[in-house]
Design a protein around this ligand. Structure first.
Ligand code: ZN
Length: 175
């Protein structure tokens, strides 16, 4: 196995927490724009390949989740859809679509903050990154800055309820 394709190890010296802080910043930016606050960062080695946040409302695109946008940005930047050796940091557990996309893109490692009881596909409702029937698996670490990630989502939905948001207010999954 070449160096480039080896699975990145668990972040040393709080590295996972540092990248998750960046993902949280991006989630806050989504919040300010009225989007469900989910942020993502894709990293290889020391290099950040993509920074993104959920833009479903801005783009009126059901697939414009933070993870998908990060994969697109990194693929365009590298000129390759194969993202072996990368780690995706995301504030909320990926949905089935995004977990499937991470497998498709051959991302090596997934680090997420809060679990998503209504849509999580990295261990909660499904375990797509760890399914041995698929041709690629990811190493998963969960719970990094979990409380901060979950608090931001709670705050968003509370604010939306106060503002008298419609029937969608119970939609705690970003999906
Ligand atoms: Zn998703």
């Amino acid at each position: 196995m070449s160096k480039d394709q080896s699975v990145p190890k668990d972040g040393q010296d709080g590295q996972d927490e540092q990248y998750m802080e960046i993902a949280l910043e991006l989630a806050r930016e989504a919040f300010q724009r009225g989007e469900v606050p989910v942020g993502a960062v894709l990293v290889r080695g020391e290099e950040i390949l993509a920074r993104s946040y959920n833009r479903r409302e801005a783009l009126q695109d059901a697939t414009a989740h933070a993870e998908i946008l990060a994969l697109r940005e990194a693929g365009a930047r590298l000129g390759s859809w194969r993202l072996l050796g990368t780690t995706l940091y995301v504030t909320l557990e990926p949905c089935p679509m995004c977990a499937g996309a991470l497998v498709q893109a051959r991302v090596s490692r997934l680090v997420f903050g809060a679990r998503d009881p209504k849509g999580g596909a990295a261990g909660t409702l499904y375990n797509i990154p760890g399914d041995p029937r698929l041709n690629h698996r990811l190493v998963v670490r969960e719970g990094v800055l979990q409380e901060k990630c979950a608090a931001l989502l709670r705050e968003f939905f509370q604010a939306r309820r106060r503002a008298g948001g419609g029937a969608d207010t119970a939609d705690t999954a970003h999906t």
